[in-house]
Design a protein around this ligand. Structure first.
Ligand SMILES: Nc1ncnc2c1ncn2[C@@H]1O[C@H](COP(=O)(O)OP(=O)(O)OP(=O)(O)O)[C@@H](O)[C@H]1O
Ligand SMILES: [K+]
Ligand SMILES: [Mg+2]
Length: 682
């Protein structure tokens, strides 16, 4: 997908041209009215245009020369167009991607199963609940869950990643996406989305911005901007009697121009572009955010919950050793462990079967489904196993097996705890094995902490974010891995319920919580978290519960999500500071120029020595419009983010953008004034 394409330059012609067209179309008052500050400017543009026409037609004893009224009017129109352009160009980048995605949504046929027979139908006719067969070389016709089979799938259409991925029925990797291609084997898929509601459809709507709504923060900022606009409206209106009293001929055009210079047009014009660009930046990191609100929440996250296995560690836990109980032969332990794992398709289960084969030559077992009853692993029981005849073999977390054995009236040897503690302290996972009430020993599962993870957690700490590892594993293993990885805290022996409880507790303390997950049993927690990032490989339930989907299914992607969120908040904050500082400075730049004619005492304030009052006002209006264009790249790219504490970042940006915002207008207006004088306009 286009998300992996090199970041296009900000002003790529293919985006620039439609954006220019859009910025004129967006002059429609019904669009502009959604942005109150810009609406005031548009009303001002219409008003000054009418004033100019009136002067041309009726030649009254005009207070302002025609060239002045016309120039101000034109630059006010430019101001609105520039703001529209900022928004259009931010949207344009998503629109280009949506087009790429649409082209990909080719019409395909589906092999629908009806009463055990296949029939060929158009993919667009598939409904929820339909079952379809897909074989090697064919396109998956719709979103769904695999009911039967395993297949390798090329998902590059969605993720941009060309390496095939394995999708299989049963586990947490059973979801498939319409538009991806089966490379090997045969699967039966149960369709989970009606036409028009597929992942690809939603993705198109999202990147196009069609689904975008103002976030609560944006609404709050809008209200602030409207407040400022009203205050300045009063300030400008009261200036009129003051001017009359002082004998200054203040034209209506001048009052409108002054008003536009004072209201926060810079941030008002860039606000929506900043929001759109934030979601776009996330998309470039292959994360689909379902709402702008989620991106903002990511920028304010206090606590981050992460899984141990597969997130902090590599996740393919391998059996490395059988450690039998005192009166048990190692071979018998290996035999029982293998029996308990024959149907266990988890990496743990498979590795146990292999180790027993390698070490003790245990192979050639046939599985008889009449005789063997397999008990699959679940996060609640934390055990799995097999019943065959008299035997009931179980393997699982040590505390779970201990409870199980005690419930059956068995005795737990002291050595079991010693051995498990030893394994746990090295960061390994001890799996206890029992046959009925008899404890047979422990299997040592080894897992490896991912490379570079310490640096990632150090960055989180620098941002002031607390990281908590949650795991179903025992406290000793958890503590060892937590120490090695450098997380701040951990929760061991967790079940899906305790995960959920932890999130609620944090939220009750007023914290914003983020988490990643992929399983159906992560879904409630993903929905509860303020930022829930679901893995694209995860189940349908997980993807629907979260408010973001990571197409790369990389659990440590949260770090980048948080950074993009912070960058969005900072960009908006700094540009607001800059905009308001700018407006205040303009007030002091223009007023002395207007009044110095009648109040020579104001001369020391008139530091700018502008050519004339008309020139002062026109220069300010031009500066006011141009600054929007100049700040578009910064709004789209975002201010550079450094992982410092929130207070330090704020102090720094207030200083840079506040002081910069005060100085810029003086320099800018003076330059424009000199330019106007040079071309002989004033
Ligand atoms: N296939 C399995 N059969 C039996 N027991 C298992 C199996 N897989 C894991 N266990 C045991 O159950 C415990 C809990 O597993 P669970 O998947 O809930 O957590 P985890 O994988 O250890 O950590 P995380 O929550 O980070 O994924 C494991 O620590 C292990 O002791
Ligand atoms: K302004
Ligand atoms: Mg697990």
């Amino acid at each position: 997908m286009a998300t992996h394409a090199k970041q296009p330059s900000l002003f790529d012609p293919s985006i620039l041209r439609p954006a220019l067209r859009d910025s004129l179309r967006k002059l429609d008052p019904r669009h502009v009215v959604k942005n109150p500050v810009m609406f005031v400017v548009e009303v001002g543009s219409v008003l000054t245009t009418l004033l100019w026409l009136r002067d041309r037609i009726f030649h009254p004893a005009a207070r302002a020369p025609g060239w002045f009224t016309l120039s101000v009017s034109l630059w006010l129109w430019f101001t609105v167009v520039f703001a529209n352009f900022a928004e259009a160009i931010a949207e344009g980048r998503g629109k280009a991607q949506a087009d790429t995605l649409r082209r990909m949504r080719k019409e395909t046929h589906a092999r629908r199963l009806v009463n055990g027979r296949e029939e060929l139908v158009e993919a667009s006719k598939l409904r929820k609940g339909d079952r379809v067969v897909v074989e090697a070389g064919q396109m998956i016709p719709g979103d769904g869950e695999i009911e039967e089979g395993v297949a390798s799938v090329d998902e590059s259409a969605i993720t941009g990643e060309s390496a095939p991925v394995i999708r299989e029925s049963g586990g947490d990797r059973s979801a498939v996406t319409g538009g991806t291609k089966v490379l090997s084997d045969r699967i039966v898929v149960r369709i989970t989305a009606d036409p028009g509601e597929s992942f690809l459809d939603r993705m198109i709507a999202l990147v196009e911005g069609a689904a975008r709504q103002k976030t609560p923060n944006e609404i709050a900022l809008h209200i602030l901007l409207v407040g400022l606009t009203i205050i300045f409206l009063f300030a400008c209106v009261t200036l009129v009697p003051l001017a009359v009293y002082s004998g200054i001929d203040l034209s209506a055009t001048a009052v409108v121009a002054l008003l536009v210079c004072l209201i926060p047009t810079t941030i008002g014009g860039l606000l929506s572009a900043i929001g759109i660009a934030g979601m776009d930046r996330l998309l470039r990191k292959n994360v689909l955010a379902m709402s702008g609100r989620a991106v903002e929440a990511a920028g304010d996250v206090d606590t981050l919950l992460l899984d141990k296995t597969g997130t902090i560690t590599l996740g393919n836990r391998m059996a490395t050793e059988f450690l039998p109980a005192p009166d048990v032969r190692a071979e018998d332990l290996a035999d029982a462990a293998q029996l308990a794992s024959l149907a266990d398709e988890t990496p743990e289960g498979r590795s146990i079967v292999v180790l027993a084969k390698e070490k003790y030559g245990l192979r050639g077992r046939t599985v008889d489904h009449g005789e063997h009853v397999f008990i699959p692993f679940s996060a609640q029981t934390r055990m799995s196993g097999c019943d065959i005849g008299e035997r009931a073999v179980r393997k699982g977390a040590v505390d779970a097996i201990v409870k199980h054995v005690q419930a059956l009236g068995g005795r737990v040897p002291e050595e079991l705890h010693q051995v498990s503690h030893r394994i746990g302290d090295t960061g390994g996972t001890p799996l206890a094995v029992c046959d009925g009430p008899r404890v047979l020993g422990v299997v040592h599962l080894k897992d490896v902490v991912k490379g570079g993870i310490q640096e990632r957690f150090a960055r989180f700490r620098a941002m002031g974010i607390r990281t908590v590892m949650i795991t179903g594993d025992n406290p000793r293993t958890a503590a060892a891995i937590a120490r090695e990885a450098g997380v701040d805290d951990f929760l061991a022996e967790a079940t899906p319920e305790t995960k959920m409880r932890l999130i609620k507790e944090e939220q009750a303390k007023g914290k914003l919580v983020a988490m990643t997950g992929d399983g159906t049993n992560d879904a409630p927690a993903l929905a509860q978290a303020d930022v829930g990032v679901a893995m694209n490989t995860g189940t349908q339930a997980a993807k629907e519960a979260g408010n973001m989907v990571d197409l790369d299914s990389n659990p440590t992607k949260l770090l980048e999500v948080v950074e993009v969120g912070k960058q969005l908040l900072m960009t908006r904050g700094t540009l607001t500071t800059f905009s308001i500082a700018n407006d205040v400075a303009k007030y002091f730049a223009i007023l002395p120029a207007l009044f110095v004619v009648v109040y020579p005492e104001m001369a020391p304030l008139n530091v700018m020595h502008l050519a004339s009052p008309f020139s002062a006002i026109l220069s300010a209006v031009i500066f006011n419009a141009i600054i929007i264009i100049l700040l578009i790249p910064l709004s789209l790219r975002g201010v550079r983010y450094r992982p410092l504490g929130a207070a330090a970042v704020l102090r720094r940006s207030l200083l840079v953008y506040g002081v910069g915002g005060v100085i810029a207008p003086f320099a800018g207006i003076k330059l424009i004034d000199l330019g106007l004088a040079a071309v002989g306009l004033v």
